[in-house]
Ligand binder design. Structure first.
Ligand SMILES: [Zn+2]
Length: 272
């Protein structure tokens, strides 16, 4: 039985449904409000739309997605998912982040990776099925380890060659096939800055929708070695006193910021 109905039809929509309207990687908003009512999206329903349903702690939302430009039908303005995520708080991060990941998965699985035939929605699950060979494709999450390396009152922070504008953060990397997350912490720290760590401690995780990661956050103690930054990856790296930190991510938006704040608070409470 199709209980969850991940792929609703237009004629199944209810007056009480809430909508998120997307065109390519843009989400339509009025001011900061990205949730639309049934009445507000009525004019859209004649367009060529795809409907996907997502659930969140706050309820469920219908994603209305079109390959066509629907600006004239919906009104409002369009913004990138990334700008909306960073402008808003936790709820937007959760809902829009989920919407972005589901849409990204759906758009990249229109054809079967095994035989090339078109896919169709699964009857009961959030998955698509190949019309020909019946292979099933579920949304995939890519696990990453993110680690704050600590040494007493100092923490190791790096500025990636990819980040412009002087932003320092923890080290991070994708978990490779066959690795535990702790293996990844050891390997990434060694590869990126050339040092050894010990006493790796799991702290918390976070969904990160760029494009579809699960970040597993760790603290790791310095063990040995001198910093040797990996060329091309790390622009600048060093040990920073917890009372004199460079420009770092805010704790509310990323697990990196939370790891840093957690350790700084911990050390400050130990030092007093
Ligand atoms: Zn197939």
């Amino acid at each position: 039985m199709n209980v969850r109905n991940y792929f609703p039809q237009k004629n199944e929509l209810l007056d009480s449904d809430k909508f998120i309207v997307l065109h390519k990687n843009q989400v339509f908003v009025r001011g900061d409000n990205f949730i639309w009512s049934r009445a507000e999206v009525n004019a859209l329903l004649g367009a060529n739309l795809e409907l996907l349903k997502i659930d969140d702690g706050e309820g469920s939302y219908i994603l209305l997605h079109s390959q066509e430009d629907i600006t004239d039908l919906i009104g409002g303005e369009s913004r990138s998912l990334r700008s909306l995520l960073f402008a808003q708080g936790d709820i937007a991060f959760s809902v829009v982040g989920k919407a972005s990941q589901i849409l990204d998965w759906y758009n990249s699985h229109r054809y079967c990776g095994a035989c090339g035939a078109p896919t169709m929605p699964h009857e009961a699950q959030r998955a698509v099925v190949c019309e020909s060979c019946k292979a099933q494709y579920f949304p995939r999450i890519n696990p990453c380890a993110i680690m704050l390396v600590v040494r007493g009152n100092e923490i190791l922070l790096a500025r990636s060659a990819r980040f412009k504008g002087g932003f320092f953060s923890c080290l991070a990397g994708f978990i490779e096939v066959g690795e535990t997350a702790e293996d990844t912490v050891l390997r990434e720290v060694k590869e990126e800055v050339g040092i050894e760590v010990q006493n790796i401690q799991y702290i918390k995780s976070q969904s990160w929708p760029f494009p579809s990661q699960l970040m597993l956050g760790y603290l790791a103690e310095y063990k040995s070695g001198e910093i040797v930054p990996e060329p091309g990856e790390i622009e600048e790296v060093g040990w920073y006193d917890i009372n004199n930190l460079p420009n770092i991510p805010a704790p509310g938006i990323s697990v990196a910021g939370e790891l840093i704040q957690l350790y700084v608070n911990h050390m400050n409470s130990m030092n007093t």
